[in-house]
Ligand binder design. Structure first.
Ligand code: TMP
Length: 216
């Protein structure tokens, strides 16, 4: 099962992913966690270029293609082999980030983005996408207060981040069976409890569907 996490800056994805993966392992599942951009040696080098605040000259098309290159490498090297081995893959961001940030944020054409994304992933789609939703100013403040390193995109104006968040909501509406929106502006434990419930119920549904197939 392929699970992706999405959300605006400061939504707490990485801490929630760490807690969720530990929990699932305790339940006996084999889980690998990864992230975008990065997750491979090649992808991590691309990540450095993308996030370097000195790279102010980067044009939107180059940005898009670098994220896509990192994604193609991650899918080929990590995600597909793990899924083929029956593992649960949890990825911190995937192609929906491209649609939200480069599409809604940078206003690149969404249809073109979908084609490039399709090429990069070979058509691989998440089974479940969890949107950790938080109001833009709250998220940015959390990130600053958390002392986290600010990347090139964190430094964008607030209106950019608002378009990104609204974009996520539009994407979620288009595919309600894949997306679940979780309010990330709650204590860590409350967000985690909600995530565990959603993921366990999806896992049970999958087991039930497989059992039905076997018995047919
Ligand atoms: P993060 O690892 O802290 O979430 O940072 C990743 C940054 O890269 C974040 O600002 C979102 C941005 N991003 C894109 O703009 N497009 C993409 O396709 C991906 C994966 C990330």
């Amino acid at each position: 099962m392929f699970i992706t996490f999405e959300g605006p800056e400061g939504s707490g994805k990485s801490s929630q992913i760490a807690l969720l993966s530990d929990f699932l392992r305790q339940q006996g599942f084999t889980v690998i966690t990864t992230r975008e951009p990065g997750g491979t040696l090649i992808g991590d080098q691309i990540r450095d270029v993308l996030h370097d605040v000195a790279n102010t000259a980067m044009v939107p098309a180059a940005e898009l293609l670098l994220y896509s290159a990192s994604r193609a490498q991650l899918v080929g090297e990590v995600v597909r082999p793990a899924l083929a081995a029956g593992q649960i893959v949890i990825c911190d961001r995937f192609y929906d980030s491209t649609l939200a940030y480069q599409g809604y944020g940078r206003t690149l054409d969404l249809t073109e983005l979908s084609h490039i994304t399709q090429f990069a992933t070979g058509g691989l789609k998440p089974d479940l996408t969890l949107l950790l939703d938080i109001e833009v100013e709250r998220g940015l403040a959390r990130r600053r207060d958390g002392g986290e390193e600010m990347n090139r995109l964190d430094l964008e104006v607030v209106s950019f981040h608002r378009r990104v968040r609204d974009g996520y909501h539009e994407l979620a509406l288009l595919e309600p069976e894949r997306w679940v929106i979780v309010d990330a502006d709650q204590p860590v434990t409350a967000v985690q409890a909600a995530l565990r419930q959603i993921v366990l119920s999806r896992l049970r549904e999958r087991v039930a569907a497989t059992d039905r197939e076997i018995n047919e």
